[in-house]
Design a protein around this ligand. Structure first.
Ligand code: HJL
Ligand code: ZN
Length: 187
């Protein structure tokens, strides 16, 4: 007979994530936008969210948002650095732990120039190389182009494509993404 006590989870740990269809780009972008909401408003940059996904299985490998990690950190940077950390690698060697078909979702086109002079996320993405020499991140899904507010025209997408990384715009979230990204900016 069934009892009313608390149900005890006896499965694997951590519990398996509900699986997302790897082609469901809208759901992944929505989850990236959830990340952007976590970012503290700052007048001199955008609030962005990012998600690292294994495109073969649809599993989420890592998440990140602007200023999540210590210092002046970007969403894509945090996402990669956290995955590297979880695999006991420095961020620049994160590619060695990436599955063969890894992709990144970001609410905003990755940066190609930073006012602070920090390494742009485009370079962080390009340098992801697996142990077999293959590219770590194959595709970047982006929600909006970077507004021309801080660095003029961002050539991030162009540079990624020049390096053979496919860039795909996931439409439908532009208004929300920009509202979240610019919260805290002077009007
Ligand atoms: C992206 C982010 C983020 C930006 N872009 N893709 N992800 N904050 O997490 C781009 C913007 C830079 C400014 C200021 N923002 O962030 O151009 O201080 O934030 O290095 O150029 O540069 P710093
Ligand atoms: Zn960046």
């Amino acid at each position: 007979m069934a009892t009313d006590g608390p149900r005890i989870y006896t499965g694997s740990f951590p519990p398996p994530q509900p699986s997302i269809d790897p082609n469901d780009h809208v759901t992944f972008m929505r989850l990236a936008l959830d990340q952007a909401h976590e970012s503290p408003p700052k007048p001199s940059n955008f609030r962005v969210g990012a998600l690292l996904v294994d495109a073969d299985t649809g599993s989420i490998l890592s998440r990140g948002y602007t200023l999540e990690l210590q210092g002046n950190t970007h969403a894509e940077q945090c996402c990669l650095a956290k995955f590297a950390q979880a695999h006991e690698l420095p961020e620049e060697r994160v590619g060695e732990a990436l599955p063969p078909n890894s992709v990144i979702y970001t609410t905003m086109e990755p940066c190609n120039l930073r006012l602070s002079g920090n390494l742009p996320c485009v370079d962080r993405i390009i340098r992801t190389k697996r142990k077999d020499g293959e590219r770590g991140i194959r595709t970047v899904y982006l929600g909006v182009k970077e507004p021309e507010k801080f660095v003029g025209e961002n050539e991030g997408r162009k540079k990624l494509e020049e390096h053979g990384i496919e860039c795909v715009h996931v439409g439908g979230f532009e208004e929300d993404i920009l509202r979240v990204a610019t919260a805290g900016h002077e009007k």
